[in-house]
Design a binder for this molecule. Sequence first.
Ligand code: SF4
Ligand code: SF4
Length: 436
Amino acid sequence: MKKRFPGGIHPKEGPGGKAVTSACPIEVLPPPARVVIPMSQHIGAPCSPTVKVGDKVKIGQVIGEKTGFVSASIHASVSGTVKSISPCIVANGTTVPSVCIDNDFKDEWIELAPPPEDTPLSELCNMAGLVGLGGATFPTAVKVVPPKGTVIDTVILNGAECEPYLSADHRLMLERPQDVLGGLRLIMASLSAKSAYIGIEMNKPDAIGKLTELTKDDSNITIVPLPVNYPQGGEKQLIYAVTKRTVPAGALPSAVGCLVCNVGTSAALYKVKTTGQPVIDRVTTIAGRVARPGNYLVRIGTQIADLIEAAGGILPEAKQLIYGGPMMGMAINRTDIPVTKGCSGITIVAFDAMEEHESPCIRCGRCASVCPMLLMPTLIDHAARKRNFTEAERLGAMNCIECGSCTYVCPAKRSLTQSCRISKRMITAARKKGGK
Ligand code: SF4
Ligand code: SF4
């Protein structure tokens, strides 16, 4: 069976890419003197602070409680004193109320203990403040409870890590494979899923080998080597590549009996189950034009500047900082932005996409040929520029996964992904207004 989804690209990497970072073991970044922890690090309702200025906090203490069903609590990542609760700028350029803690360097934890054996999976996720650590940041507690009437027979762990430069998941699979598998077995048991797959791109043969060896006696877990093809880690693309099931437009993976979870999320789930530890840190890659690209275990709320310093600083040829990978990440122009739960990497590249000037479409069709969602990006772009969002919706803009493949291949340098993103925002706003 050919494990391939339609479309896709092979983005080029410059120096400091996967070939370098994937060989770098995870280093623990010493906790900084101060952390700034945003109260919204997930899709859904922001958290409400449970501490006030001057409070002493311990590591693992809840400092932000969830305020809605789709939300995830937030925990202190250092021990110390709450210095302020005020808006801070996050990667997408917006300001978010954030709890700033001065580290007392006593490294004091709340009392940790494994939760009772019969704790439901969703409750474990709530305790940990767990969200999709691959970057999606959807609260895991919601994800592991399938809609009424649906049966999940297949769990898929996403170890594809198809974004150029990033290797945090790769290192996690190599260095904490038992945690990754432990989380997977928990999810399978909770959902009574009959089978599980871990999809890993073939450019990680060591991770494929290690997990294959560790699962040789698990007849219901299969390690699936996947072709290197971006965006292989897209949820729908991964489901199709592994099971040949197609998730209908607008539907969730549960519609085809699947649940997809990132390998990092799985490992974090196992950690809370076995130790009671919530998400207070994560593995993040720093790659590209820095002196020493690598992978770090970083406390949530650490500023990017600290990470850059640990990596030996930015090289002179660097032009653009990206929060995440170059395909789906966000360009940022400052380094006082905190690392949050969804930060799988920081990439520093020698080009600035904003400096590229677009020209008229030459109708070459390349954008459509690479679109993994089988859309016509040039037509959506045309509709969006005319502000005809009804037409953009008709063209399927809502199915765009914002992978950036169309923009990457466009010889006219047209901002096709941005047009899709704007269309989705406008269509969603119109639907809300219309009560749909
Ligand atoms: S239209 Fe959307 S899904 Fe298709 S290639 Fe462009 S960004 Fe990706
Ligand atoms: S890739 Fe660019 S130039 Fe080619 S059809 Fe699409 S929008 Fe037009």
